[in-house]
Design a protein around this ligand. Structure first.
Ligand code: KG4
Ligand code: ZN
Length: 339
């Protein structure tokens, strides 16, 4: 079975084709970063319009890359939420219409399930069950994963998501949008011993997170010390260390509590090198194995929707012609395919 995946939930138009026998055949991505950069963040209406412009040419380019035609596709998976409603509607309308025209099934996918499962495409030896740390621009979740659609939420962020905390702190350090990767680069030059930021909510039991206080800590430190390049780098390093350490403490706790033998890190922030290194150590201490995707499949991409969609379509799941999208959608509402 060959599945076309379409992802348009935010500021990336991304498509991919996953083949059940041959694996990932190809993927294409157009980033809208330049379009939104001058506004310091994503402008929803501009995002929707650009998805309209880019989605079909990108699908054509993808088919050419794979030397395939539309008739060679057996199923379609598109992101139906969570995300920007206008942006989601573009991918959903195209996905549904193509499926109807071709007479093939289509599934409405949850964006975070795509992030969650893509490490399995990358690592064929990764099996259920596993503990997952999902860290993106909109979510921070610790999930006990027993199978596709068999998720139990163990902990989540009470306020800012991890990526959001990176982006907001990067912005106040003058690093522009999107700030996460830029902050991580600046932190490389920072002195890890100069400032120590708090590790929020680690002094009490539980697996929830709170990251909004860290950006305030960064701001007051910046105001006190002054905005020199050295100070900014040291603050970036202290911020990154605090986030990574906090995530590591909670992952360790969750591994001990669940005794799960595998730890998966997914979502945009899982591209962060220091986080990967630290969680690899934690996993080893708990006799667990750590898994993550290559950096380009940690951030938003089409392959994750094609692959997760394949897992659901393969099990016989598909929905009717109704084009539905959801700006907010709790991943815990998902059920196993066909259930
Ligand atoms: O998963 P993603 O691409 O989109 C959402 O679903 O939100 O995640 C994007 C987030 C952004 O907040 C971005 O700053 C962050 O991931 N990010 C990083 C790194 N790469 C991306 N944060 C820290 N270090 C990185 N290397
Ligand atoms: Zn994402």
């Amino acid at each position: 079975m060959r599945v076309l995946g379409i992802e348009t939930s935010c500021d990336e138009t991304a498509v991919a084709i996953y083949d059940g026998e041959q694996g990932l055949l190809g993927h294409q991505l157009f980033s809208q970063v330049a379009l939104h950069a001058e506004y310091g963040g994503v402008v929803p209406e501009l995002a929707s319009r650009d998805h309209v412009r880019k989605a079909l040419p990108l699908i054509r380019a993808l088919l050419a890359e794979c030397a395939l035609e539309l008739k060679d596709i057996d199923g379609i998976a598109y992101t139906a939420g969570p995300g920007l409603v206008g942006a989601l509607l573009v991918g959903a309308s195209i996905g549904r219409s193509l499926a109807w025209t071709l007479g093939i099934p289509a599934v409405a996918m949850h964006h975070m399930e795509g992030h969650l499962l893509i490490p399995m495409m990358e690592h064929p030896d990764l099996e259920f069950p596993f503990l997952a740390l999902l860290v993106s621009g909109g979510h921070t979740m610790l999930v006990d994963v027993q199978g596709v659609g068999r998720y139990q939420l163990l902990g989540e962020s009470m306020d800012d998501a991890t990526g959001e905390a990176f982006d907001k702190t990067a912005k106040l350090l003058g690093l522009g949008y999107p700030g996460g990767p830029a902050l991580a680069r600046l932190a490389e030059q920072g002195d890890p011993t100069r400032f120590r930021f708090p590790r929020p909510m680690t002094d009490r039991p539980g697996l929830d997170f709170s990251f909004s206080g860290l950006k305030t800590f960064a701001l007051t430190t910046l105001q006190k010390e002054g905005p020199s390049e050295k100070n900014k780098a040291d603050i970036a390093r202290a911020f990154e260390d605090a986030v990574v350490d906090t995530l590591a403490i909670k992952c360790k706790r969750a591994l001990t509590q669940t005794r799960l033998p595998r730890l998966v890190i997914a979502g945009g922030v899982s591209a962060n090198t220091r986080l990967r290194q630290r969680l690899a150590e934690i996993a080893q201490e708990n006799n667990a194995k750590v898994f993550y995707a290559r950096p380009e499949f940690c951030t938003d991409n089409g392959a994750m929707i094609a692959y997760a969609g394949y897992l659901r379509l393969r099990a016989g799941e598909s929905q009717s012609l109704h084009i539905g999208t959801r700006a907010r959608w709790d991943m815990m509402e998902l059920r196993p395919p066909g259930a």
